[in-house]
Design a protein around this ligand. Structure first.
Ligand SMILES: Nc1ncnc2c1ncn2[C@@H]1O[C@H](COP(=O)(O)OP(=O)(O)O)[C@@H](O)[C@H]1O
Ligand SMILES: N[C@@H](CCC(=O)OP(=O)(O)O)C(=O)O
Length: 383
C-alpha cells in the first residue's frame, strides 16, 4: 500500500496554495511566503520533479490594491478584484521564479473548460507540452469570466481536477493550518490532527463542515472534496501548513507532515475520471432498486426497464446523472437517447424500443463503458 516513504520516488506534483497562505489579513500579498514557496517549488523542479502550481490569491491581491478591507460580496466586484490581482500575482511569480532560472506559464481555467471533453483533452495536451518544455504552469480559475454556473468557486476542486487531468502522482494543498483535524480547531480545542486518511467517508466529510478564513473560500470541506477526486483517481494528497519553512521538502522526504490521503489501489481510468468529476450533467434519470443492483453489483448497462422517471434537458450523447430510489446519485454517464425518447421508453423492455421510437440504435440507455459509479466508498483513518 502507498505510504509516505513512497513520496520521494514520484514524478509529477501539483501544489495548490490558498489565499490564506499567500495574503496578509490586509489582503495584500505575503511576499515572504511567496518567496519561500517559489524557492521550494523551483528546488523540486531542479531535482527533476515535474511541478504545477495552482495559485489562489488574485481576488485577495486585487482587494489589497483596490483598497477593500473585506472580501467583496458581489460577483462583479470579486471579478474586478481578480482582474487587478491576477496581474499582480503573475508579475510576482514571474519575477521570483526567474531569479531561480525557471520559466512560468499562466493558465486560467473555468469549469466549462473541463466539462467539455474536447477542451479537457486540449487543456491536458497544453499542460503536458508545458511540462515537456520545462515550464512551470501556474493555474488559477479564470475569475473575470467565471459566473456562477461555470465556476469552480474554489481552487481546491480545481487543483484536484488538474491533478487528475495530468495524471499527477501527488497533490499538495498548502493552507493556514497543519492539516485535517477531527473538528475545526479554531472552534473546538479538543480537535486532533489526523495524520493519515485511507479513504474519504461521510465521517471524514463531517469533520470538515463550515467555511474557512476571512479570505479563503472553501474551508476544509472543499479540501475533502479534492481528496475524494484524488483518491479515486489514484493520486496521493497531502494537506499541510504553507507557513512551515520547508514544508514541501519535508513532505517529499517522507516526513510525517500534515494529513496524507491515500490513493485507491484501483483508480478510475482517465475517461471515467472525467465522467465522474470533470463533466457536468444536463439531466437526471431516476431508476428502481433492481437497476441500482444491476449497475452497482453486476457492472451492467442501464436498460429502459429500470427507469422510473427523468427530467432536465438532454439530447442523445449528453451527460446524465443517475439517481437511486433513496435520492442519491448512484452513477453518471452518457445517454444514448434524448429526454423525450427516454420518457417514451422508460419502464419498457428493449424489444419494445423500435415500435415505441420508430427505430432502435441501442438496447442500453447508458452503456456501461460510458458510465461511472458515484458511490461513496468505505473509509478509515488514523491519527
Ligand atoms: N476539521 C478541520 N480541520 C482543519 N481546519 C478546518 C476544519 N474545519 C474547518 N477548518 C478551517 O479551514 C480553514 C482552511 O481553509 P481556507 O481558509 O479556505 O484555506 P485556503 O485559503 O488555504 O484554501 C482553516 O483555517 C480552518 O479554520
Ligand atoms: N480564484 C480565486 C481563488 C479562490 C479560492 O479558492 O481561494 P482559496 O480557498 O484560498 O484557495 C483567487 O485567485 O482569488
Amino acid at each position: 500500500m502507498f505510504d509516505r516513504q513512497d513520496l520521494p520516488g514520484i514524478r509529477r506534483i501539483v501544489v495548490k496554495v490558498g489565499t490564506s497562505t499567500l495574503t496578509h489579513d490586509t489582503g495584500k500579498l505575503n511576499l515572504e511566503q511567496m518567496e519561500k514557496l517559489v524557492r521550494q517549488v523551483a528546488d523540486l523542479a531542479n531535482q527533476g520533479y515535474q511541478m504545477i502550481l495552482v495559485s489562489s490569491g488574485a481576488v485577495g491581491a486585487g482587494m489589497g490594491r483596490l483598497g477593500y478591507r473585506e472580501r467583496p460580496k458581489t460577483i462583479p466586484e470579486k471579478q474586478a478584484c481578480a482582474a487587478v490581482g491576477q496581474g499582480i500575482l503573475l508579475h510576482m511569480y514571474e519575477k521570483l521564479f526567474a531569479e531561480y532560472g525557471q520559466v512560468v506559464a499562466q493558465v486560467l481555467l473555468t469549469r466549462d473548460d473541463l466539462a467539455s471533453r474536447k477542451r479537457y483533452i486540449n487543456g491536458g495536451n497544453t499542460l503536458e507540452t508545458l511540462l515537456r518544455l520545462g515550464a512551470i504552469p501556474i493555474i488559477n480559475e479564470n475569475d473575470t469570466v467565471a459566473v456562477d454556473e461555470i465556476r469552480f468557486g474554489d481552487n481546491d476542486t480545481l487543483s484536484a481536477l488538474v491533478a487528475a487531468l495530468v495524471d499527477s502522482d501527488l497533490l499538495v494543498l498548502l493552507t493556514d493550518i497543519e492539516g485535517l483535524y477531527s473538528a475545526n480547531p479554531r472552534t473546538d480545542r479538543q480537535a486532533q490532527l489526523i495524520s493519515k486518511v485511507e479513504s474519504v467517508t461521510p465521517e471524514i466529510e463531517a469533520m470538515a463542515a463550515g467555511a474557512g478564513s476571512n479570505l479563503g473560500t472553501g474551508g476544509m470541506a472543499t479540501k475533502i472534496q479534492a481528496a475524494r477526486i484524488c483518491s479515486e483517481s489514484g493520486i496521493a494528497m497531502v494537506i499541510a501548513n504553507g507557513a512551515r519553512p520547508n514544508v514541501l521538502r519535508e513532505i517529499m522526504a517522507g516526513q510525517e507532515i500534515g494529513t496524507l490521503f491515500l490513493p485507491q489501489d484501483k483508480p478510475l481510468p482517465g475517461y471515467k475520471r472525467w465522467l465522474a468529476f470533470g463533466s457536468t450533467c444536463n439531466g437526471r434519470i431516476y431508476i428502481d432498486e433492481g437497476a441500482v443492483q444491476a449497475l452497482v453489483s453486476g457492472g451492467k448497462s442501464l436498460l429502459p426497464c429500470g427507469i422510473v422517471a427523468t427530467d432536465g434537458l438532454y439530447q442523445n450523447g449528453d451527460l446524465v446523472s443517475i439517481i437511486a430510489p433513496e435520492g442519491y446519485e448512484v452513477a453518471r454517464g452518457v445517454s444514448n437517447y434524448s429526454l423525450e425518447q427516454v420518457r417514451r421508453i422508460m419502464g419498457r423492455q428493449c424489444l419494445e424500443i423500435e415500435s415505441l421510437l420508430g427505430s432502435k440504435d441501442y438496447d442500453e440507455v447508458v452503456h456501461r463503458d460510458n458510465l461511472t459509479l458515484m458511490l461513496p466508498r468505505q473509509t478509515s483513518f488514523s491519527s
